[in-house]
Design a protein around this ligand. Structure first.
Ligand code: MG
Length: 304
């Protein structure tokens, strides 16, 4: 078996574990998204959106159904208390799974109008929850329930669970999708995947400056991704980005240079770092969950 790496820049070699192979850990989904690593049981939970279910995989247990129906969840993360925070297409809300198993609404409306279909989510070190709200869960019944957009646009939102406020921090993107902070939280990266279903022409990752820890400014294109679109992505401790595309994880340095690619045999939806040393990149791609060991560690606490 040949290694899955394409080297575009020699600095990529420093991020790779010699001899590492891409492993397929589980399969059987239709479209996999939103992986979150849970350290206390060394597991990955993710969404199989068209099947309206959440899946779980661990070394000990293999793959199992975590929740079905799931309300067409998409992205997941953990908050600072280790609670599962999820984007729900079906309920058009941001939701949280409580320690007793109840799933509660965090927020489902902005200025009195229903959200579109929250897609991906990250938690900042101050506990605020930042998420994207493109229309993929309301444009058809495949990944949610078809309905008109009440907002008439797509925002990146900042939700503060301490006081329940929801603010739009960006409305300039056509269909914002994946998002992640730079390791020092001075920047927020947000992908725009509007070209995926032909409603726009973006297949880019944008970067914004984070101002006062609460606002975004100076949005500009960071990278244009092909083939396919940049759905979800994550960063390592050095600020490199691991970005999904149709045929690979594409790795970019913080200065915008592409370092290389990790070939994946299915269309990639998202990824997350995990494992005891945070050096396993778990990749969800169409039907399957993959993993590869890197010489790099996830920038943020597992799950964030
Ligand atoms: Mg997404």
């Amino acid at each position: 078996m040949t290694h899955p790496f394409t080297i575009d820049d020699d600095n990529f070699l420093q991020l790779l574990e010699p001899g590492a192979q891409l492993e397929r850990l589980a399969t059987g989904a239709i479209w996999s998204e939103g992986p979150v690593y849970v350290a206390n049981d060394d597991s990955v939970t993710w969404s199989d959106i068209p099947n309206n279910r959440m899946l779980r995989w661990s070394t000990r247990d293999g793959m199992s159904v975590f929740r079905a129906p799931s309300g067409f969840t998409n992205g997941h993360t953990l908050d600072r208390d280790g609670r599962l925070v999820s984007c729900s297409h079906g309920h058009r809300r941001l939701e949280r799974t409580e320690p007793d198993g109840r799933v509660i609404t965090l927020v489902d409306a902005f200025e009195g109008k229903r959200l579109n279909s929250p897609n991906d989510v990250v938690v900042k070190s101050d506990g605020t929850i930042w998420f994207t709200d493109p229309p993929y869960g309301i444009v058809s019944n495949i990944e949610g329930h078809a309905a008109p957009s009440e907002l008439g646009g797509c925002h990146v939102f900042r939700f503060d669970p301490a006081d329940g406020t929801l603010r739009s921090v960006a409305s300039s993107l056509q269909e914002p999708n994946g998002l992640a902070f730079a390791p020092d939280e001075s920047k927020l990266y947000v992908s725009d995947t509007s070209s995926a279903q032909g409603r726009g022409d973006h297949h880019h990752v944008f970067v914004f400056d984070v101002v006062d820890g609460t606002q975004l400014a100076n949005g500009r294109v960071f990278a244009s991704i092909a083939p396919g679109v940049p759905d979800g992505f994550r960063l390592d401790t050095m600020g490199n980005l691991y970005i999904s595309s149709a045929d690979s994880i594409q790795v970019y340095a913080p200065d915008g240079r592409r370092l290389g690619r990790i070939a994946v045999p299915e269309k990639v939806g998202n990824c997350t770092f995990g494992g005891p040393d945070s050096n396993r990149l778990f990749i969800v791609a169409s039907a399957s969950l993959y993993a590869i060991t890197l010489n790099a560690r996830g920038a943020m606490r597992p799950g964030r």
